[in-house]
Design a protein around this ligand. Structure first.
Ligand SMILES: Cc1cc2nc3c(=O)[nH]c(=O)nc-3n(C[C@H](O)[C@H](O)[C@H](O)COP(=O)(O)OP(=O)(O)OC[C@H]3O[C@@H](n4cnc5c(N)ncnc54)[C@H](O)[C@@H]3O)c2cc1C
Length: 382
């Protein structure tokens, strides 16, 4: 299972797995049924470094390499998709841009609250009319007015706002400047004029809140700009490259969880006088799942390793995310098939895993967008 992991990474995986087995797995069903994260487990994640995975130690973070962070998200995904998505978004989307582009003052102001075990971070890119095509479709804008930016517009499908003290928001700051017309801004969620709407009713990942935001003349101090004005689109693309490794890891985790359930059930369930695991049709589904999960995991780890090595990882991140999300879809599908009617029941975890995995080919760039990114890179000879 362990793709050339060093001792520290292997030990980290064991610790996170034990935590997930004891603190998260027993609650995964209720998290889905009740549509709410299990905060006692999230609070405990603080001491494991899971709430500050790639935050520098200087800011109290765990300063993990990307491979270790991927392992953590994979392990969370193996037991609970909702928690894994919220923790992945918190680390990669909420904290990631602050760690990367925040001024020392912004880091000192926001990181301690975001990592205190009582809050989660969020990144707002998507709008009701634009997800894949932010460049042409995103409308939410900010204009300067004295000592503040004034923000108006809507964001949609944002993970974690209800738990976020501050949200990183992509805004148009110059409507005539194309891709140079966007900036990232830190918007505190208690600012007058910002409405955080109730969580969407979703197919899966029900414990992870997905919410719409409305900005009506929200005044944001000028120094809440995150990084240079005009860099927002570039920052978004770079953040998504990293996020795709994390969604790939989450997909591998979901596939692994479903795989373990399918193997267990195939050994227990009898038909025609023997365990169904003795039937070749079942064995082939199990074998295919084993092969595909191994391939997906290897790609995700390679993407993480490429990022940690400081190389261009855009293509490999898209390849890993595309492959892993499609593997999760197939493995979770087959896990239900092997369970027969029981797989269709909410009493068995594979039903939840199947619903949870469905986002993975959509969020942080759909499979079509991943293929577009990969093809562009290939055609450019990269
Ligand atoms: C549970 C959940 C959590 C989310 N969390 C966040 C979050 O935290 N922050 C955030 O900003 N967003 C978030 N999103 C939004 C998500 O990232 C977008 O939904 C996603 O990027 C797709 O955008 P869209 O829904 O607008 O689809 P569209 O862009 O409208 O795409 C619709 C279809 O057209 C296809 N398509 C679009 N362009 C092309 C093309 N050029 N070639 C071929 N096909 C194309 C797409 O692949 C898709 O099949 C979340 C969504 C969900 C469901």
């Amino acid at each position: 299972m362990d793709f050339d992991l060093n001792d520290e990474q292997q030990m980290f995986r064991r610790i996170v797995r034990e935590f997930c087995e004891s603190e998260l797995k027993p609650h995964a069903h209720d998290i889905d049924e009740n549509g709410a994260l299990h905060w006692p487990a999230i609070r405990k994640m603080r001491d494991l470094g899971l709430l500050s995975m790639q935050v520098p130690e200087a800011y109290g973070g765990a300063e993990l390499d990307t491979l270790s962070a991927s392992i953590a998200v994979e392990e969370l995904g193996r037991v609970c998709g909702s928690t894994a998505l919220s923790i992945s978004a918190h680390n990669g989307l909420g904290l990631g841009p602050i760690v990367r582009w925040g001024s020392p003052e912004q880091k000192a102001r926001f990181i301690p609250t975001l990592t205190d075990g009582e809050h989660l971070g969020a990144l707002a890119l998507t709008e009701p009319q634009a997800g894949s095509d932010l460049l042409n479709g995103a409308k939410t804008y900010a204009v300067r007015d004295g000592d503040a930016w004034v923000v108006n517009g809507n964001k949609a499908w944002i993970t974690n706002p209800k738990y976020a003290p501050v949200i990183v928001v992509l805004l148009r700051t110059d409507r005539d400047a194309g891709s140079r017309g966007f900036s990232m801004m830190l918007v505190e969620t208690d600012r007058p004029g910002l409405t955080i709407h109730p969580p969407e009713k979703k197919m899966g990942l029900k414990g992870s809140p997905t919410q719409m935001l409305t900005f009506e003349n929200v005044r944001v101090p000028l120094d809440n700009l995150l990084g240079p004005e005009g860099d927002g689109f570039k920052q978004t693309m770079q953040t998504l490259d990293s996020g795709r490794i994390s969604i790939g890891a989450l997909s591998v985790g979901l596939a692994q969880g479903a795989f373990e359930e399918m193997v267990r059930y195939a050994k227990d369930r009898h038909a025609f006088g023997e365990p169904i695991a003795n039937k070749q049709a079942i064995q082939w589904m199990i074998a295919n799942a084993a092969v595909e999960i191994e391939a997906a995991r290897t790609l995700v780890y390679k993407a993480a390793w490429t990022k940690d090595a400081g190389r261009d990882f855009t293509k490999i991140a898209s390849i890993a995310k595309l492959k892993a999300s499609e593997v999760a879809e197939k493995v979770c599908h087959d896990a239900i098939q092997i369970h027969g009617s029981y797989g269709y029941s909410r009493e068995y975890p594979v039903e939840r895993m199947y619903r949870d995995q469905r986002l993975m080919t959509i969020g942080e760039g759909t499979s079509e967008i991943q293929r577009m990114v990969i093809a562009r890179k290939v055609l450019a000879g990269e």
